[in-house]
Structure formats: C-alpha cells, structure tokens
Design a protein around this ligand. Structure first.
Ligand SMILES: Cc1ncc(COP(=O)(O)O)c(C=O)c1O
Length: 394
C-alpha cells in the first residue's frame, strides 16, 4: 500500500468494500445518543424490541443472540456451543472466509473434513450429499457453509444443502455463515432448517462493525446441553436467560444497539423482499458493466452469483492492488482487495447495505475511470450498460 498524506479530499468517500458498508445517517444519529444504564428499566424495553425484531430478519421464530464482537466471535460461538472435542465437521472450502472458519475449528480441537471448490462457485452440494450418505455411522456432527463467500462473490444454495442433508437422512447440524448476506440476499433460517446462523452487523444491517449474532434452532439448543467444548463468554445459556427480560449477562454494545434498533426499523419500512430485490438489481447492473468492460467475473456459475458483491478478475499481468490504489488516490473510493490466493488477482465491488442507483453509478464510474487511469485493457461502456439496465428496470 502506498502511504497517503493527510490531504483533504472534497466530497464523500465511497466505501465500496463488501463490508463494512456505508452507515446511513439515521443509524449514525441513533448511535449518537447518550449511553444508558444497561441494567436500568429503559434498557430492558430496548432489548426486548430488538430481540423480537431481529427474528424477522433471520426469518426465524426461535431465539437470536447478540454478541459485542465481530463476526469471528459468532463463528466461535456456533462451534463451541454445539460440539465436543474431536467431533467431525464437514466444511465447504468456497473461499478465504470458509478457510478461516475451518482453521478456527482445528484450533478448537474439532476434526474438520474439507470439501473443496475452485473458489469460482458456491458449495458443492453433490459432494456434501455423497459425504453424508457415506457416513452411515453419523460421525459428522455438523455441516458448515458460508452462504455468501465475501472473498469470491459466490453464494451457496442453502436450500439445496438442506435438501441434500434430508435426502441422506443425516442428523448433522447445519451451520451457516450469513455475515455478508443477511439483510441483502434472501435467507430463511427456519424454512431451510438451519440450526445455527452466524451474522455480523457491518454489512447488510448497515451498522458499524462490533456486533454479531447467532440464530439458534431447537435442535441446536438441545445439542448445547451436551456439547463439551469449553465455552464461557460465548455460552448461549446465560445469554438466553438474561435476554428473556431484554437484558444481557455482561455489558452489551449499548450504542451499537441503538443503531441496530434504527436499522431494523429501516429494513422493515423498506420491506425485506424489496431489500433483496434492490440488491439483486444492483448486482445484475454491476455484472453488465463488468461484461461490457470485457473483464471476467470471478464467479463462474450464474446460479451462484452474489447479490452483495462482485469480484472482478484482472487480465494476466495487471495488478488489482495497483488499480485499487489509483482509484483510492484519484477518486476517493475504497474497493475490496483479493484475499489469500486471489490477492492482486481480483478486486471486489461491494454493492450491499444502504445503497442506491446513483451510488452504484458513482461506484461504477470510479471503476471505469480507474481502469483507464491504471492502463488496464478494457472496453469503455460499462457504466452505460449499467445505466441501460437500471433505466429499463426501475
Ligand atoms: C463471510 C464472512 N465470514 C466471516 C467474516 C469475519 O467476520 P469479522 O471480520 O467481522 O470477524 C467475514 C468478514 O468479512 C465474512 O465476510
């Protein structure tokens, strides 16, 4: 990275990484309220409202717990509350974040079995089904899938994973990371029979980083009663007991919860299905721009295209990091970098959260000008292709 002198850039910074996302003013103003007594009477009312409203975002009737932690903490909570040392877990290596979750499972003393992909599509459902069918002794205790792989822009079909588990009549728990899909891409905790959904505040929920979530099925709660991995901070039981009256077993992220309360209201006002449609539409417009530029989308399977981000491959011999640095320098826009083996090979355009047509047009305009400034071979007309699509699909 080049060092940036503290020189004022006029206009608003474009934060177009795939999370943290642009935090709307209404959420910032809510966070800006005085911190209250988290054991006083007002807090309980706030807590109960938030815990109830969260359920509709996960599409669950069951409990959702909130940690004052980044998403990684909620990963750990999902594993430690339900599993025991040495348990086999089936994990799908769809990209960088799935790899990190697997590394965590190893550190916690679990025995992960990895199903690989080429990082250009979602989880291999046939391979999951085959692994479960083979496991007649039911050694596999959980199947872990990242719904939206933020490193690749590929979305796994959780409905199909559920169907494969049912077809194999396998009792493993299903755990899904929705950190970059919740409140952006259609997701149904109850309908898809998910046991633990992991989520974070800093993407579709339009908040700063610092909160994370577990939505918990009855089956997962039952597993928690006999699970033997050590857990203390992440333990669901004291959390659920305190949540019954809207309180927390330790100091909650009070001001972030003010923001969450506002964000949930905004999502309900817009309507969750409209939120998903908005993300689908912006993703399609972005892909049209990428194709018009003559560049390649990292996701090679159209059924797995992500609606929250698009990862774009650079032609051989061109640096995605140099392009991103030029775009930051010239146009005051941050784009996502390539992670792990994709470092310098792709850049990622985040089009999730509090995001509109004009914000997308500005974003794509910055990319198109950046491609030109960086000397990346491309055709002009990407922004025009996006405009044509947006105008025809208002
Ligand atoms: C899909 C996914 N899982 C897990 C994480 C890790 O979450 P955090 O960085 O909030 O701990 C991220 C972060 O971007 C992510 O995108």
């Amino acid at each position: 990275m080049t060092h940036h002198e503290p020189r004022r850039a006029a206009g608003r910074h474009f934060l177009q990484i795939p999370g943290p996302t642009n935090v709307p003013d209404r959420v910032l103003r809510a966070i800006d309220n005085p911190t209250m007594d988290h054991r006083g009477p007002d807090f309980g009312r706030l807590g109960l409202r938030i815990l109830a409203n969260l359920k509709q975002i996960f599409r669950t009737a069951g409990p959702v717990v909130i940690y004052p932690a980044s998403g990684t903490g909620a990963w750990e909570a999902a594993l430690t509350n339900t599993l025991s040392p040495g348990d086999t877990v089936l994990m799908c290596r769809t990209g960088w974040f799935a790899t990190l979750w697997k590394d965590m499972a190893v550190k916690l003393g679990l025995d992960p079995v990895f199903i690989d992909t080429d990082w250009r599509r979602g989880a291999d459902v046939a391979a999951i089904g085959a692994a479960l069918a083979e496991d007649s002794a039911h050694r596999i205790k959980a199947v872990c899938v990242v719904h939206n792989e933020t490193s690749t822009g590929c979305t796994s079909r959780i409905d199909e994973v559920r169907a494969a588990m049912d077809a194999a009549a396998h009792p493993a728990l299903l755990m899904v990371d929705t950190i970059s899909s919740l409140a952006s891409i259609d997701y149904r905790h109850d309908e898809w029979g998910v046991d633990v959904t992991v989520a974070g505040s800093q993407k579709g929920l339009m908040l700063p980083p610092g909160l994370s979530f577990n939505a918990i099925s009855a089956k997962a709660l039952e597993a928690a009663a006999s699970a033997k991995l050590p857990r203390s901070y992440w333990d669901w039981r004291p959390m659920l007991a305190a949540n019954a009256t809207g309180y927390f077993p330790y100091t909650p992220g009070t001001n972030l919860l003010y923001g969450l309360d506002a964000a949930l209201t905004m999502l309900v006002e817009e309507g969750l299905d409209n939120v998903f449609a908005r993300h689908d539409r912006h993703a399609e417009a972005t892909r049209r721009a990428v194709r018009a530029w003559g560049l390649e989308i990292q996701c090679a399977e159209p059924r797995h295209y992500s609606s929250s981000l698009t990862a774009v491959r650079l032609p051989e011999g061109h640096s995605a990091n140099a392009l991103r640095a030029i775009i930051l320098e010239k146009f005051n826009m941050s784009l996502g970098n390539g992670l792990g083996p994709l470092n310098d090979r792709v850049f990622r355009i985040g089009h999730l959260g509090d995001f509109s047509d004009l914000m997308l047009v500005g974003t794509l305009g910055g990319v198109e000008m950046g491609l030109r400034a960086a000397g990346v071979p491309h055709r002009p007309g990407g922004v025009q292709a996006a405009l044509d699509y947006l105008a025809g699909n208002a």
